[in-house]
Design a protein. Sequence first.
Length: 362
Amino acid sequence: MTIRYGLIGSGMMGQEHIRNLNLLEGAAVSAVADPDDAMRAQSAQTADGDITTFDTYQEMLSANICDAYVVVSPNDTHHDILLDLAAANKPVLCEKPLCTSVADCREVISRFENVAAPVWVAMEYRYMPPVQRLLEEVKKGTAGRARMMSIREHRFPFLPKVGDWNRFNSRTGGTLVEKCCHFWDLMRVAMDSDPIRVFASAAADVNHQDETYDGKTPDIIDNAFVTIDFENGTRGMLDLCMFAEGSKWQEVVSITGSKARIDACVPGPARFSKDGLEQTSQLVYSDRTEKQERIEPIEVDETILQAGDHHGSSFFQHERFLKLVKGEIDSPEVSLEDGLWSVRIGEAAEASAVTGTAIDLR
């Protein structure tokens, strides 16, 4: 049985979803809805096999030719699209963030309370192979009792997108929602707790300062430090810099416990590396008692790496989502509630950066 996917939105990330679905046995992109002529045409070239294209997602829903939907449109459109998808009662994979505000997330959750079909929020960073290994080792107790988690992302600036929607807080929810929702999600999973307090210091210092759109200068931040206190007494920290594309590792995700620190070191996309080649990710163990490091290379199939910019995570996430659609998994591994929490933390971080005060989430 082949599951027919319908994509709502087909820009840069939409093309990545299509390429990864091409690799999955039992999956096919049957339809794409996008108001941009060029993106629809590109989708027809990217997809394996014939697809039907639509100007609007409403036309796609009316055609009823899909078994599952993937929402890959700009952040500020997710709310209305999801409300309409509830009536379709078919599985949905919604790109992060769930919505641009906590209020919109809550309305979506309320709408789906009596809908049988599942909604999976696309937090693909959970599915990066080095991060998966990190979470496995933490669950096994390799680090001892996990007490602290830090994530450093030093990367390239936001890329140009259709309509330049990703340049403004009003459309993205802000960088600490749009980009960093992945990291808040990882922290909740790894620390096995919900946050109670968020403090952020952030600014727009380097990127997009010479750009204007309809007379407006972008207002998204490009660097930040964020600290989070969790209910169980653990703590998390994010070090974000979006003008550091020369870094060896794009992300370093570290968990320190009573026995050891474990680092998942993730390279950036090959097309942004100095030599154009994909680096091998690593897991690094730093044991307190042995006082030595052990490095474990994490190999990922080259075909999967070339299908996207997220170190294979989009493929492995789709692999799991397909199992959900086929009934081999009972419920989404990343729920609407998970999506809400990541926006809650990001929204609080954005507010903290503006006010200079810690935001209490209790």
